[in-house]
Design a protein. Sequence first.
Lengths: 266, 309
Amino acid sequence: MLKGFTAPRSPLGAAALVPSPPWHFAGDVLAVEFWNDPDVSVHTLPTGVELDTKCPGHSVALFTDYQFTAQNNEYLDPARYQSRGFSVLLDAMWKGARIAWCPYCYADNDAALMRGWIQGYPKKFGAVHQTRTFAAPSPASAQLAHDSRFAACMSAHGRLLVQARVTLREKVDRLVGLLDRRVVGRRYFPRLSAGMHDKPAVDELVRCVSDRLLITNIWSGEGELSFPEAYGEELDVLGPLKVGRGYRFSFSYSVTDIEILANLTA
Amino acid sequence: MALDANKSVLDCGRNKQVNALQSNQLWLESVACLLKEMHQDTRMLKGFTVPKSPFGQAALTPPPPWHYAGDVVGVEFWTDPDATAATLPSGLSTDPNSNGHAVMMFLDWQFTAQDDEHLEPARYQYREAFILVDAMYRDVPVMWCPYIYVDNDAALARGWTQGFPKKMGSIFQTRSFAASGPAAAPVASGGRFGASLSAHGQRLAEACVTLHKPVANGLSLLSRPTVLMRYFPRLAAGHQDKPAVNELAMSITDNLTVAGAWIGKGELNLPEANGEELHALAPKRIESGFRYSLSYSVSDLKVLEDHSC
């Protein structure tokens, strides 16, 4: 009897890419708010999801640097269970509910990629970096303080895909109008049998369920953001027409469930 | 920069709609072109895998047919038959004639689909290491792939689609170059080829092959079909042990070609590592080592049994 929540399923269940939920995450985020062209970004939405007419094109670019654990002290295996990620979240509506749609998402770790696919995040590999903050003061320590600057970038297969910079101005109590929507994704797993290549085995619109979401140490300031054009990507067409605030904060949350909104194979 | 990027994309011929995807400096024209291009098929996301996108250019892998060419360094060996039996999924049984027989292969691959993907080496070359163990599907002798590693996300996505349980690894093998010299590693009697696999900072496999003689019929080294398990779990609470996809599948390879096959002595070490079970299949006895070039195409898959819930 093979064991494991994901492939590879193995005699002891120790080889699987991802352990079973509950999954716990903690990390730091550099975020830049921006507006893309709604006439373009509308084309990244799946059937049933609409743009939010109150804030068309309003999006956030998120760089995450986080640590993962499940039930077996996975956070003590940093090589396997730390990850850096990048995602775009676009303000949207599902049947009258405010949601955030995730058209593109990148991570630098295989366990994160598999968790992403399972949660409906369309993850690919990317090399993601962001300025970190250290307790010992120095020109290199990037203090959380007025005028302190943080930068981030993401590249894949030798091409730069995103660059961002945030200049901190003030500590704030909460994010206003940002990350206040539940994320909707699409769980998708194709078939390879001849004649079935366009008939996926799994095609579900899903809404993420986050338990105990905590956002803390929030600093806001000015953001800068660009999406250079690159072969094999369509991120650049979601590039900013206007850039808003930049944020730097820490977060934690847990995942034990997902809400299935629609079965798109039907 | 933008001009060079465009030129290379056009030269590769993959992105027929690249004119719609201009650089950010040309944003207004870009939007206009994009909408014109999209008029016929509004709101239909394209792509064989995620991420599905307006033009289908962002998907991790283009649709089949998929074509592969590469070099193999491998070791044929015998391991604990109880250990190989323990890796078999429901639907496969041990082969009474060769229980415990296994092959560890290291591959250096180039991939293309229909749009000159082989001209984009950063995205479509990759290295791979996997183990195959002898098994039976009913009365058919097959090989089962319990563990496999690659160094590229497109290969990971294709693998998951085929039923290869791919994880990421760093894989290397000695290459052979035409200009002779101590570093050239000729394919000749006495030629030696090393190979290794590591992941997340741990060494998982290391091999060395010493070539002795050419093999007239290289296909004799690949006599059994490979059986795989397509597996994709559910995350909804209460359904996490009821996978959405759980299919036993047989790989179908078209135009399978082996060239320049040599056989000789093999050495293989599978060190113990956290978060892996490859070392449970460590060799008890080495049969041989081999090296050859390989090509084939994939456009289909035979689903043998559907255990999806």
